[in-house]
Unconditional design. Structure first.
Lengths: 164, 522
């Protein structure tokens, strides 16, 4: 998929920068809140926006790029319509997390860190959702689900497909 | 008169369908013409029973566990709205369930009882009494009280909280900060999440008291992005407290200011390390800082900063309210007060168990946990998160106490316990520990950045089953690598990854293709 031109996003990013400035000044401590706001609005952080962000914060492009790429949460390409995160941490492993992941990969037809050919689903690892007593846990977009068996996984994905 | 019904809105319950249950109850009640007052409470921490629906009766709150929306009509048929206990899901009075009745709830006194977002509810259940006392005290007296309580950092390092506060109090600066480390990334831990979702005002009150104690006027709560419900609850509660004059330019009429804001993390485990967290709030990569200087002297934006875990700060209000001696009277040795144990993984009854220090792992695993979820024998438990040691059955009679764990070359950490049954492959778990370190290392120091990757490779060679002496060579290499990481890393990420790796190797050599004798020789 071709990334849309940065001009499409500029007004939204400009608005976000304006909202986070304090008396016309953007301190670097606002960089993470700004990146979150951009990703919340657009779905990802367009690499083309790095230069403008660097100018606005008066830091180097390398600094902005470095911050974006350090954090696993920030995406730099358009996300799939539905992101499925499967917890890979120890508590979920102890309750069949590996088998659940294998089931998800097979059912969705894509591996970890990848998305389906039609971009309907992306499969990502996550390291702990804080639901370790009711493992295994997954997150489908913003909704958390616990005690997820392969059968329950299929039911949840079926609901997403129904709504699509 | 309407009957009050509680359905938790903590994400632990939401993840198991609590919203659907709440809607079904409202729908069914309307259909049957039953007047109800539906309250969305927090979680009691009895996570194995979620969604745990409670009905208020003259005798107390009656519970119904593991309720599914499909059960709701039958519950009404059985008269659950009148507190009748004939339905199979009925549990009787919630406060008499042994799992809960045998706990000592101090930090979690209100969790699951109140509506987390109601300031009135919070204050009717003892909330803000600690702050009101603090307002009448000198900063030095507040710090002395926290010191006398014996409270130690609940994030894992167990550093005495009062000593940290005193350093910040005595530092001279125009601006000081209170930072709450809510980047709870350890697998098997969820107590911070429950505080934030089920009783957010207690954290806000604790941070406000910290601000008054050290002369800080600005606080930050750094919450991980994996906790959207906690972020929403905190923002809501901060707004309510500000409107009530409990935060802002004049805290509770003290004439002193304290403002609070939530900062959202972005999926970096290392930001749970305090100096990486400070870097992240400053808008940088979460790279660990060398210490000294201590954050207490040169922390956020270079200013004196108290940085504490959620549970440490949430324990402060009750210490101020009931006095240092009250808190100090719980516990053993130098571990005073209570530890919120988080029991997770392959366990029948997982949840939050707040107890005075001193209970044994075996009591937690069997008396509370009821054994493994799979019904198979428990093989190992990992205590203290992904950087904590694996403990074999021979060590399960150890009391939960910081020093007792240290003497076993293990850590109590944040109180998280992850249980594995006998299907666990310890070499695979050791490999995972190295792999996790490789994924999450900030990259600043070589032992952690490179050592973790080499560690994965070495364990792969051991697991591939190379023969006899070659495998023994690899085990020697792994031990040497762990020694470098232990002694040469800048922070606990690289410095403690050897805990799970070496404890797995030492206690379960057969999973690495070693006989016990081989390992000792290595």
């Amino acid at each position: 998929m071709n990334a849309p031109d940065i001009a499409t996003f500029s007004p939204a990013i400009g608005e976000i920068l304006h909202l986070h400035a304090h008396q016309g000044y953007l301190g670097q401590d606002q960089l993470l809140p700004v990146l979150h706001a951009i990703q919340d609005r657009i779905g990802f952080i367009p690499p083309e926006s790095v230069e403008g962000l660097a100018q606005s914060f008066n830091v180097s492009r390398a600094e902005v790029h470095g911050v974006i790429t350090f954090y696993h949460y920030f995406k730099t390409s358009p996300p799939a319509r539905c992101t499925v995160q499967i917890c890979r941490a120890e508590a979920c492993q102890s309750m069949g997390g590996d088998a659940l992941l294998a089931h998800a990969e097979q059912g969705l037809g894509c591996g970890l860190h990848a998305h389906t050919a039609d971009n309907a689903f992306a499969l990502e690892p996550v390291y702990c959702l804080g639901h370790c007593a009711t493992a295994p846990a997954i997150m489908i977009n913003d909704a958390i689900h616990a005690k997820v068996t392969p059968a329950r996984f299929d039911k949840l994905i079926g609901k997403v497909k129904e709504l699509a | 008169m309407s009957v009050r019904i509680y359905v938790p809105a903590d994400s632990a319950a939401l993840a198991l369908g609590a919203d659907e249950v709440a809607s079904a109850i409202a729908r069914e009640a309307a259909l049957r013409g039953v007047a109800i007052d539906l309250v969305r409470n927090g979680t009691r921490g009895l996570l194995y029973l979620e969604p745990l629906v409670e009905v208020e009766t003259a005798a107390g709150r009656v519970g119904f566990g593991n309720v599914d929306e499909s059960d709701v009509a039958a519950l009404f048929d059985a008269g659950f709205q009148n507190g009748e206990g004939s339905h199979p899901l009925a549990l009787g009075l919630v406060e008499q369930i042994p799992y809960l009745a045998r706990q000592t709830r101090l930090t979690f006194a209100r969790s699951g009882i109140t509506d987390p977002l109601s300031l009135d509810d919070y204050q009717q259940h003892g909330g803000y009494r600690g702050l009101r006392k603090a307002v009448a005290m000198t900063p030095a007296d507040i710090v002395a009280s926290v010191t006398a309580s014996g409270l130690r950092g609940r994030g894992g390092a167990a550093f005495p909280t009062g000593i940290k506060w005193n350093t910040v109090l005595r530092a001279q600066a125009a601006q000081k900060y209170i930072v709450c480390n809510a980047d709870e990334g350890d697998s098997g831990t969820f107590a911070d999440r429950i505080v934030m979702e089920s009783d957010p005002f207690v954290l806000i009150e604790g941070m406000t008291i910290a601000g008054l104690a050290v002369g800080a006027t600005h606080g930050y709560i750094y919450v991980r992005s994996e906790y959207p419900h906690a972020i929403a609850a905190l923002n809501h509660a901060i707004g309510t407290a500000t409107r009530a004059g409990l935060l802002g330019p004049d805290v509770a009429g003290s004439g002193r200011a304290f403002i609070l804001e939530v900062r959202k993390g972005a999926g970096a485990y290392i930001c749970g390390e305090e100096t990486a967290l400070l870097e992240s709030i400053e808008g940088k990569r979460g790279v660990v800082r060398a210490k000294p200087p201590l954050p207490a002297l040169a922390g956020l934006f270079g200013q004196p900063t108290v940085i504490n875990n959620v549970l440490s700060l949430a324990s402060v209000p009750i210490i101020l309210d009931k006095g240092a001696q009250f808190y100090q009277d719980f516990g053993m040795g130098r571990s005073r007060g209570t530890l919120p144990v988080q029991l997770a993984g392959n366990i029948k009854n997982g949840g939050l168990i707040e107890l005075a220090f001193g209970a044994t792992l075996r009591e937690i695993l069997y008396d509370y946990g009821g054994g493994s979820a799979s019904g198979r024998p428990i093989k190992t438990v990992q205590v203290g998160g992904p950087l904590g040691a694996y403990l074999p059955e021979s060590q399960w009679d150890t009391p939960l106490d910081y020093e007792a764990f240290a003497s076993l070359w293990a850590v109590l950490g944040h109180g998280g316990i992850v249980v594995h049954d006998d299907s666990a492959d310890m070499a695979k778990l050791a490999r995972y520990a190295m792999e996790f370190c490789a994924v999450e290392s900030c990259g600043k120091c070589t032992p952690c950045r490179i050592g973790s990757t080499r560690g994965v490779e070495v364990i792969d060679k051991i697991r591939k089953g190379s023969e006899g002496s070659e495998r023994t060579q690899q085990v020697i290499l792994l031990r040497s690598l762990c020694d470098t990481m232990l002694n040469g890393s800048l922070c606990a990420m690289g410095g403690m990854t050897p805990y799970p790796v070496l404890s797995a190797l030492n206690h379960y050599p057969e999973d690495f293709g070693q006989s016990a004798v081989d390992t000792r020789a290595a």
